[in-house]
Design a protein around this ligand. Structure first.
Ligand code: BGC
Length: 780
């Protein structure tokens, strides 16, 4: 485990008390602000030095050819990559004759604080220029959660001990130069100068740039307005060029005087709207933001978050780091999904360009569980995005000779963006994951309108895919051959148990929904005959099992493979995919990330307690966690199986993934699924929270370090608070109609406002199975 901590441990903030340029890119991800529509990396106000400059608009990408050494039928021909749009964050500062640049002069102090309740990033620093002039700079930055297109910065400069001539240049910059991408194939491909200028404008304190992406043809407009407050003789002037618009503010400040610039930035994009329409759109958004100004924006931001924390907070006593980490995680997951509104939630959110800005199954299986119980509207929006991309998914299915819809493994717009079949495109399980998210959302909210208008189409089209992808053998058993499950170190496998169980649930859910809404089903061409075929496939689904070992097989024949030689694999050879050929990983028992173990969580009713423990013990020594999606899932099942210490270590790994940069790639953006996994590890793992038909079940089992774990969640128009100590569980219905929950199997009727307490049975603390050599999670 990393011993040096970059950030102070505090319950509601992430505080960086000094600036280390060597981890600048990492901190830019940690301090990224976003609302799911606009994303600003935590770049320094003055633009330089930077690790990776980044301003993103959800859905704005450029296309590029996908090169293949040997092309094949059905390979996607072009890829989509998120681009760095016009940067509205830049505020350069000139102090007497010298640029305020932290690489020069002397930095007396530098602090950045991400305020998880205020939803702002505050920066304060004191700097002595190379010529000896001492100044203080203070800035507060936000990306508004209430006004979707708006980012804002309040920037203040003051001299410390002598009069200073200062110039602030507030800019909009398009086509910023980007550092070269590193050699890791997961890192985003940097696209140089993707924006073609269409309009530039500057007048008074207002600036605007409109550009269009060269190949994808998307129009991007960014505009800024300013309020300048300073001494009497402060002057301003503005100018614009094709890739730059600038407001220049000049003043002379005496000690005790300040120059303050409040900058409001509006963002918009469209694939269809005209240039004048886009200009008007961002101008209007600016007018709306300017109406209440900085103060109103800051108040709205705090109110939005107050509301969020009241329904989503997780409290941990006994472990301050995990307390901070889980709130950091909740904050960033909210930022990623809050206002995505019928757009994807990418694997990195809008915090960096890693994975080319693509969305994966991460959304449905990691991010949406948290949002389902804390911000269900965002879930409906995310699934509506999938529905909107159905035309592309249907086309893809047809291209592959399949029925229904084949959703992409990775995408921005809906088209398949995975250039690698075995460890990408063949991961058909994404379709069942989407179906699973639909069922989870409807069950947790009771939103039948959504089920009828959106859920049903997703369920039906994915069921059709499974029915055509699989086949009945001569005995009638249904198989789904040649697919890749969650474990990307086993590709093109037959009857992957996770996939089969999830497909089974998908087929059943589709048949159920068709029965519930026959009229709408007719419109989709689904009839009794078709749903009978789905049920038939579901009921005869093959679930591979090794009777000798008495464990479920990850896929047919998996337990027969040779085991990976873990003892000869060095610590520095992880992640394995960067050091060993895929063909060898594929034919050995070595697992990149929880697969069968994930099935035991998502399809828990298919496994008895005995198999949960035995399967976990079998797969644990084979699982290397080369994906950040693994630890949280292992935490959940380890907790259930009674390996509480191990569960705690996995929960910590998920929680500290980015705050401690455990995978050394936080610079490319945050691991949103792992952050969401923190919630999963605590609420599902230690809280033992499961959905059971019309209610929720809890089976709390706290790790030794926790003296208390409390959380709030939404369930069917109710707000429920649960609080666990090592000895007791207290359930309180904060609002909504009465509800009977289950506590370790016992029915607990709840009336609004009346807490009910039950004793907690002593949890098992079993000695845990081993992990592969060098892959034991760090102990804290
Ligand atoms: C994992 C996938 C995941 C992707 C994006 C990969 O390393 O194996 O399961 O979807 O990263 O997070």
């Amino acid at each position: 485990m990393i011993t040096h901590r970059s950030y102070a441990v505090e319950p509601w903030t992430v505080r960086e008390t000094e600036l280390s340029l060597d981890v600048l890119a990492q901190s830019e991800s940690v301090f990224a602000l976003s609302n799911g529509h606009v994303g600003w990396r935590g770049n320094l106000d003055e633009g330089e030095p930077h690790g990776l400059p980044g301003s993103y608009l959800n859905g704005v990408y450029e296309v590029h050819p996908l090169p293949y050494a040997e092309a094949g039928y059905g390979y996607p021909e072009s890829g989509q990559t998120v681009i760095n749009i016009t940067n509205g964050k830049v505020l350069r500062l000139l102090v007497d004759d010298e640029p305020f640049d932290l690489r020069y002069g002397r930095l007396v102090s530098h602090e950045r604080v991400l305020d998880l309740r205020g939803g702002v990033m505050e920066r304060t620093c004191e700097w002595i220029s190379p010529a000896g002039t001492r100044i203080r700079v203070r800035s507060t930055r936000m990306v508004s959660l209430s006004q979707r297109s708006i980012g804002a910065i309040a920037y203040e400069v003051e001299p410390v001990d002598c009069s200073v001539r200062v110039v602030i240049q507030s800019e909009l910059v398009a086509n910023e130069q980007l550092p070269q991408a590193n050699g890791d194939p997961r890192a985003a491909m940097a696209l140089q100068a993707p924006l073609e200028p269409e309009e530039d404008f500057a007048s008074g304190n207002r600036l605007r740039l409109v550009h269009r992406t060269r190949r994808s043809g998307l129009r991007v407009a960014v505009a800024a307005d300013h309020v300048v407050t300073g001494p009497e003789r402060t002057t301003t002037g503005s100018e614009s060029h094709p890739d730059l618009a600038r407001l220049t503010v000049a003043s002379v400040l005496e000690p005790g005087q300040k120059l303050r610039v409040e900058k409001l930035v509006a963002h918009g994009w469209s694939g269809t709207r005209s240039r004048p329409a886009m200009s008007d759109q961002v101008d209007a958004a600016l007018a709306a933001a300017a109406h209440g100004g900085w103060t109103a924006l800051a108040e709205e931001q705090r109110a939005y978050l107050e509301d969020f924390w009241a329904r989503a907070d997780v409290e941990v006593d006994g472990d301050e780091e995990i307390q901070q980490a889980v709130r950091f995680a909740l904050f960033h997951v909210l930022q990623a999904g809050a206002r995505a509104e019928e757009r994807a939630i990418p694997a990195k959110g809008l915090t960096g360009s890693g994975y080319d800005g693509h969305a994966f199954w991460d959304t449905e299986m990691f991010v949406l569980p948290l949002l389902t119980y804390t911000s269900p509207n965002a879930v409906a929006e995310a699934l509506r995005w999938r529905q909107n991309t159905l035309p592309a998914a249907r086309e893809r299915a047809a291209q592959l000779g399949l029925h229904g819809a084949a959703f992409p493994w990775r995408t921005i717009e809906g088209e398949e963006g995975s250039a690698y079949w075995p460890a990408g495109t063949a991961a058909f399980h994404v379709n069942a994951d989407i179906a699973h998210a639909v069922v989870r959302y409807v069950a947790a909210t009771g939103d039948t309108d959504f089920e009828r208008d959106t859920g049903m189409e997703l369920l039906v089209e994915t069921a059709r895919l499974w029915r055509s992808l699989g086949h009945h053998d001569h005995r009638g058993t249904f198989h789904i051959d040649g697919v890749t499950g969650p474990d990307e170190y086993s590709a093109i496998a037959d009857d992957n148990t996770y996939t089969n169980l999830m497909a089974r649930a998908n087929l059943r859910a589709a048949a159920d929904v068709v029965e519930r809404h026959p009229k709408e089903a007719e419109r989709l061409g689904a009839d009794d005959e078709e749903s009978a075929a789905w049920r038939d496939a579901a009921e005869s689904m093959n679930i591979p099992y090794n009777a000798e070992l008495r464990v479920h097989e990850q896929s047919a024949g998996f337990t027969r493979y040779q085991r990976w030689d873990f003892t000869s694999t060095r610590a520095d050879q992880y992640p394995l995919m960067l050091h060993f050929p895929y063909f060898d990983l594929y034919r050995k028992q070595v697992i990149k990330q929880a697969d069968l173990v994930l099935a035991m969580y998502t399809c828990g009713s298919e496994f008895d307690e005995e198999h949960i423990a035995r399967n976990f013990a079998y797969y644990e020594p084979l699982t290397v966690r080369d994906s950040s999606l693994s630890a949280a899932v292992q935490a959940v099942i380890a907790a259930q199986a009674g390996f509480l210490r191990l569960a705690y270590d996995y929960a910590s790994e998920a929680a500290l993934m980015d705050l401690e940069d455990l995978e050394h790639n936080t610079r490319d953006g945050l691991h949103i699924a792992s952050l969401a996994g923190t919630w999963m590890a605590l609420v599902v793992g230690f809280g033992g929270t499961r959905r059971a038909r019309d209610t929720l079940e809890f089976a709390p089992r706290l790790p030794e370090r926790f003296s208390r774990l409390a959380f709030t969640m939404l369930f069917r128009d109710r707000r429920l608070r649960v609080e666990f100590t090592q000895e007791t569980a207290t359930y309180t219905l904060l609002s909504g109609p009465s509800l009977t929950v289950r506590h370790h199997g016992e029915a607990v009727p709840l009336q609004p406002g009346t807490p009910v307490t039950r004793p907690v049975p002593q949890p098992r603390h079993l000695p845990a199975p081993d992990q592969p050599l060098h892959r034991r999670p760090g102990a804290r």
